[in-house]
Design a binder for this molecule. Structure first.
Ligand code: MRU
Length: 355
């Protein structure tokens, strides 16, 4: 089945598919400067929490590979500058910070083992490639755990795009749907278009269509109507950050879907890797919510659709954990009480790590 490839490490540089142009054009750019990778994250050329993490790891590797530092001391200060630049791109998806932390850990290990500059450059490229490689195994494991919870046949709903484009693997929420479909479950996916950035209409519809998975595109204000129909067997979405108590930040609009799902007795599931956990925060009230430019609301693909008025654009909302029936991860399925189950999974042995 077709799997989109949003990012790739090559000898020429980091190749990133421009998700702003999908589905009309499939255009990729080759980045040779980490600052441009940071810009690509900020401008959502690449987006989706795990894919942002992969891009950040590759950005660090690229920065160090191209560094003109003449000493380890210079390289160390450049490393800090590179991480700071990447850190400031998008605030909500914790995978970004997870990836930077992981690259920092590897860098520190290398410094402690007195590796020379050439060895450091090579090892950081390998580490970024591992971050990418692991996404496939992680997503497949999430998919296998989650597929068990999908209906044998009928409709399932998702939100935004939590597919291969968003993870650089097979996807989290769409990975669950894909595995269930490949197992023979006769699923039909309801895809909310996901205003303002239209990740559902532009990206999820494109990925599912390419993968041969039946879908129906709906507008965001049709969600309640369909959940009330009695025909939707489950909702499954991705996540950008999961707090210690299970409160989950995901694309704006997810909260209202979760509430309407509960009201209509439709199970609402979250699919996400452990790297999306942020157990340092007690609940969703501490999750920073990115506020994006109002022009994404007042304009669609550069065309103004509203008068020149004030527009709000919070990119994410937080679904309180009582609305979440289960969280599928690569190490198993978490259910309430999440303060215990998430901690247990975070401490469980790593499955499918490339190194
Ligand atoms: O603003 P985006 O497109 O980066 O937001 C993406 C989402 O909210 C996804 O649902 C989330 O990152 C999970 S991706 C597997």
């Amino acid at each position: 089945m077709y799997v989109a490839q949003p990012i790739e490490w090559t000898d020429r540089g980091v190749v990133i598919l421009d998700q702003r142009r999908l589905p009309a054009d499939e255009i990729s750019y080759t980045y040779t400067d980490y600052r441009d990778v940071a810009k690509a994250i900020r401008e959502m050329i690449i987006r989706g929490a795990p894919a942002i993490g992969v891009a950040a790891a590759m950005g660090v590797a690229l920065g160090i590979q191209k560094s003109k530092a003449n000493s380890i001391a210079e390289l160390r200060s450049e490393f800090t500058e590179i991480c700071d630049t990447l850190r400031k791109t998008r605030p909500t998806a914790v995978d970004l910070f997870w990836a930077l932390e992981r690259m920092k850990r590897r860098f520190t290990e290398l410094l402690e083992s007195n590796a020379d500059m050439a060895a450091i450059r090579k090892a950081l490229v390998a580490e970024a490639q591992n971050v990418h490689l692991e996404k496939l195994a992680t997503d497949e494991a999430i998919g296998r755990f989650g597929a068990e919870f999908m209906p044998r046949e009928g409709q399932v709903m998702t939100q935004c795009n939590a597919g291969a484009l968003a993870t650089a693997g097979i996807g989290t929420a769409l990975g669950v749907i894909r595995v269930a479909f490949e197992q023979g479950r006769k699923l039909h996916v309801l895809v909310p278009e996901t205003r303002p950035y239209l990740q559902g209409a532009r990206l999820t519809a494109w990925e599912l269509h390419r993968g041969g998975i039946p879908l129906t595109l709906i507008t965001d204000n049709m969600v309640g109507h369909f959940l009330k129909s009695g025909k939707v067997g489950a909702v499954v979405t991705g996540a950008d950050r999961i707090a210690a108590n299970g409160d989950t930040a995901n694309k704006i609009g997810t909260y209202q879907i979760a509430v309407l799902a509960k009201e209509n007795n439709v199970p609402f599931y979250v699919a996400a890797p452990i790297s999306t956990f942020d157990l340092s925060i007690a609940d969703g009230g501490h999750i920073p919510i990115e506020e994006r430019n109002a022009s994404e609301v007042t304009h669609i693909q550069g065309v103004r659709i509203a008068p020149d008025v004030r527009a709000a654009n919070p990119a994410f909302d937080v679904t309180p954990s009582p609305y979440i029936k289960a969280i599928f991860t690569e190490r198993g399925v978490a259910t309430a009480p999440y303060t215990e189950s998430l901690k247990r999974l975070a401490a469980a042995p790593v499955v499918g790590a490339a190194r």
